[in-house]
Ligand binder design. Structure first.
Ligand code: PEP
Ligand code: MG
Length: 625
């Protein structure tokens, strides 16, 4: 295996090993080197045989419904059909990025799938089964697809040729393929099919959800490449957290690869090379060595203080998305956890974790930090963060909103479901006896949300005291994420209600520029150096500083060393980022003076053009080597 990272412990065992579906393959594609460009999201270079993620044969409890539920079940089916159409439409749109011969091969297949979602035999049969036999939509889809595929195979005459049989099998496979997509959209089940990946494999798939990424074992997988996804989406965040070299948004990849093909994933250059030539392989091996050397150099920075040349102390903390990262955080030289994304606790399970389970998880993390502070963010459900357990428990709808990023997200869900919120607050309070903790509220947009959350927080404190639970005498501070333009522009008022701010530049960029952060099609528009985003960060920072209130940045901007001098110049002194980014940012911090950063920030904030801003930042960085 050609991984560039230190070994990390094995995560808890996943679901049973799956069979790997052979991805659509084309015998017409020559086995010569092909290079694909995408979005580099996690540094490092991986070399290995490729394997596709595939959902295992869906294990759906074939459940019955009541006659009164037929309409609701049909509506679920309609949502899944619409979503499947949208996915196929996107795939088709992106084919234009491929060479013509590949387009000619793939486009008809996508057309077949799309037609099957219309008034096809499959869809008619599915609807009849829902109504006539009173079964759930997913049960109907599976049963009807099986029946059609069997009918197709039955057309084979006893003396039909192998070629004819293969052609019938292909038609059956197409029906199953579209059925799988529908079931995946109906159940929102993660792929859960990584346990059987061969060691050292490069994982290639159309799409990888954050919950799927959470199941990857970084000591077995060499690298990841997908067709969908953007630089700061949650899947990218997870892959960085796992230290897996990764490139997302690579059009045409799944159709071009065959399981077992050799590939290079270059998470620095943002390329994926299939069937690399001897030269490309040699150059990739050199890159692997260079990256490992850089890691060693950075390791030496670990014990040096994070302070500027003129001795201004700067707080560098780590973001934690999975407990598997704890050893990396300790090695990185980060002082504490500035953002614990608690979503991992709720992912890939049937029901939400209870108070005791959550308390144990938080306590283990707080203890592992040996007295360094830990900021635990309350559950941030919504947007791309789909969590089955919440739908199963009835907390969130199990159909997908038309516009989930603008819907029931973060604090909105927590206030609507106080039981969910109270359970988590109680667990955090109980874990807080093990070390310094802060509590962070996600997706705040207005004052009343903070007031309501504080009321609930105080109620939980009183209840735990009555119950005789041990919690800190001085309860942990209650802070808020500044990650919507509304919150940033209300920062002066919010500063009166909150105990601290954490600026979430990922969502702030997405909402300010109206760009889905995980969407490869609009990735070029997602730009944290857009002057509008920078002005919001400056406005919120200054509001906090006027109140002498702690303020930090915990979005991906904090991890970008090019932006560190600018953020220091704006007045920020606390940054939280993926553990692997800490040394690089520390190196920059140690090489700058605050005065120079302030001058840089002034000239940047005068600009109205993001390209000019990037020039200024690059020049500043190159002048300091
Ligand atoms: C952010 O939005 O910048 C952030 C840190 O939160 P998340 O990435 O988890 O949405
Ligand atoms: Mg966010």
């Amino acid at each position: 295996m050609n991984r560039t990272d230190p070994p990390v412990p094995t995560p808890p065992p996943g679901p049973p090993a799956p069979q790997h579906r052979r991805l659509a393959r084309s015998s017409a594609i020559p086995r010569q080197e092909r290079r694909f460009a995408g979005i580099p999201v996690s540094a490092g270079v991986a070399i290995g045989p490729v394997f596709g993620t595939s959902e295992p044969e869906p294990v759906i409890a074939r459940h019955k419904i009541h006659a009164a539920d037929i309409a609701a079940e049909s509506a679920r089916l309609d949502v899944a059909i619409a979503q499947s159409r949208k996915q196929l439409g996107k795939l088709r749109g992106r084919l234009t990025l491929l060479p013509e011969d590949s387009q000619a091969e793939i486009a008809p297949l996508i057309d077949v799938y799309t037609r099957m979602l219309g008034s096809s035999r499959l869809m008619r049969g599915v609807r009849q089964r829902i109504e006539g036999t009173l079964v759930s939509a997913e049960t109907a889809v599976i049963e009807e697809a099986d029946a059609i595929a069997a009918a197709i195979m039955a057309q084979a005459a006893p003396d039909s040729s192998a070629e004819d049989r293969a052609s019938l099998r292909r038609r059956g496979d197409e029906v199953h393929e579209i059925a799988r997509r529908l079931v995946r959209n109906l159940t929102r089940a993660p792929f859960r099919s990584f346990a059987g990946l061969p060691e050292g494999a490069v994982l290639i798939s159309e799409e990888l959800r954050p919950a799927d990424a959470a199941l990857l074992n970084p000591s077995r997988v060499a690298g990841v490449a997908t067709e969908e996804g953007g630089a700061d989406g949650h899947t990218a965040v997870m892959l960085r957290a796992l230290g897996l070299p990764a490139v997302l948004g690579v059009a045409g990849l799944t159709q071009a690869m065959r399981p077992g093909d050799m590939a290079i994933v270059d998470g620095i250059a943002g390329t994926v090379t299939l069937h690399p030539s001897a030269e490309s392989l040699a150059s990739a091996r050199r890159a692997v060595t260079a990256f490992a050397r850089e890691r060693q150099r950075f390791a030496r920075l670990r014990r040096l203080p994070a302070e500027t040349e003129d001795k201004e102390p700067v707080e560098l903390q780590a973001n934690l998305e999975l407990p598997i990262e704890l050893p990396l955080i300790v090695q990185s030289g980060a002082v504490g956890i500035g953002l614990l994304r608690s979503e991992f606790l709720f992912m890939n399970r049937e029901t939400p974790p209870d108070e005791a389970t959550q308390t144990e998880s938080y306590r283990a993390i707080v203890e592992a930090m040996h007295g360094d502070p830990v900021t635990i963010r309350a559950l941030d459900w919504g947007g791309e963060k789909e969590i089955e357990a919440l739908a199963n428990a009835g907390y969130v709808p199990d159909t997908i909103d038309a516009n989930p990023a603008l819907g029931l997200r973060g604090i909105r869900l927590l206030l609507r479901e106080p039981e969910l919120f109270e359970t988590q607050l109680a667990a955090i309070l109980r874990a807080a006896v093990a070390g310094p903790v802060r509590i962070l509220l996600p997706m705040v947009t207005n004052l009343s949300e903070v007031r309501a959350a504080r009321e609930i927080y105080e109620r939980v404190i009183r209840r735990l005291r009555r119950r005789g639970e041990r919690i800190p005498e001085k309860p942990p501070p209650l802070g808020i994420m500044i990650e919507t333009p509304g919150a940033a522009l209300s920062a002066d008022a919010l500063a009166l209600e909150a105990d601290f701010f954490a600026i979430g530049t990922n969502d702030l960029t997405a909402y300010t520029l109206a760009v889905d952060r995980g969407d490869a099609d609009v990735a070029t528009l997602y730009d944290p150096t857009h002057p509008a985003v920078l002005r919001l960060i400056q406005f919120a920072t200054e509001a906090a500083l006027r109140m002498r209130m702690p303020v930090s940045v915990c979005g991906e901007m904090a991890a970008n060393p090019l932006l560190t001098p600018l953020l220091l110049g704006i007045g920020l002194r606390s940054f939280s980022m993926s553990a692997s980014s800490v040394p690089r940012v520390k190196q920059v911090v140690r090489g700058v003076e605050i005065d120079a950063c302030v001058r840089l920030a002034r000239s940047v904030m005068d600009q109205s053009d993001a390209a000019r801003i990037r020039d200024l930042l690059t020049t500043f960085a190159s002048e300091r080597g």
